[in-house]
Design a protein around this ligand. Sequence first.
Ligand code: GLA
Length: 392
Amino acid sequence: MSLQELGKSVTEQFTKSFGRPPRWVAAAPGRVNVIGEHTDYNDGFVFPMAIDRYTVIAAAPAADGSKRVELRSTHGDSPATLDLGQALKPAKKGTWYNYPLGVIAGFVARGASPAGFDALIHSTVPLGGGLSSSAALEVSTATLLETMTGKKLDPVEKALLCQKAEHDYAGMPCGIMDQFISVMGKQDHILLLDCRSRQTELIPMTDAGVELLITNTNVKHELTGGEYAKRRAQCEEAARILGVASLRDADAERLERVRSRMDPVVYRRARHVISEIERTVHAAEGVRASNWPTVGQLMYASHASLRDDYDVSCPELDTVVDIALSIGPRGGVHGCRMTGGGFGGCTVALVDAGKVAAISERIAAEYEQRTKIKPTLFVSRPAAGATVLSGG
Ligand code: GLA
């Protein structure tokens, strides 16, 4: 289904649910990170692309002209009612509407409080699959509020507002990658983002000969748990011992020099981050040159580092990567790695376009046989970022 069709379908669902048509419809995509994992909060590089899976939000002014907001979702969550006349604060941890609530609070804090409204949210980004369903929800809400309040934000400020919503309202101390790519994604481009300077470069990915194949292990990843925050703290400790502001400023040689003064786990965390930043820059060069074997090797190396040094993989993710390796370049697979925060979720593989069907079948069958879990596989071209579908 195209994004326009998806917008139409959510418009119809809104009309059915609220008994009148929406005035505004906005959408924001999920993402897959090609390489550069757990580097964003270390001031490093990341290399994500938006996927053609979107969160769509349709809204209309409150029927009674009040400051009341009603948020409904098509995913079976109970609806939320907010009163914009009162100070906003986070709901209980784990509550689904904390994401849009945090974004609304960000607009209120900038003096752009919307009037009351009803909204319906629908998403084709798999929830909890490591494809940034949360960022898609935040950024779609922000895009809706921009058009609703007339307060157009600069893209960087918009991404940061959404990141703050996730920190303060969802309690997840994420980096900036997911919100940036959901705001700035561009069709047929992968985004090279320098998380220190926040400079971005859109690198074309137009070679029709290769595809990015996403495999959802269907093992839910849960990042609001403590592991993510623990990794961040370990990276900060490594930077402190190294005497640098962030791991971006270190290199492999410098790390070896302080190794004896570092806890072995902290050392391994730093080794992952430092090597991953380097791999990311090389992979971006590889994409620019359509050098798929090199990009693929870097993806495998990234996976091994995340598994062995950063300890954020899981047996199911490793199984998909093993299967990819056994298919090999002759079978059309150049590389494969876990993508996103880890502990479940998805892998991303770089594969020959003509062999997608055969590769998908083989991964699905072997994965199910080995894990007893049915995976979900799909390909996506790099897709467009957040957009207003109607009412803009
Ligand atoms: C999650 C976070 C991102 C990033 C990745 C790991 O997706 O939201 O900021 O840190 O994990 O690369």
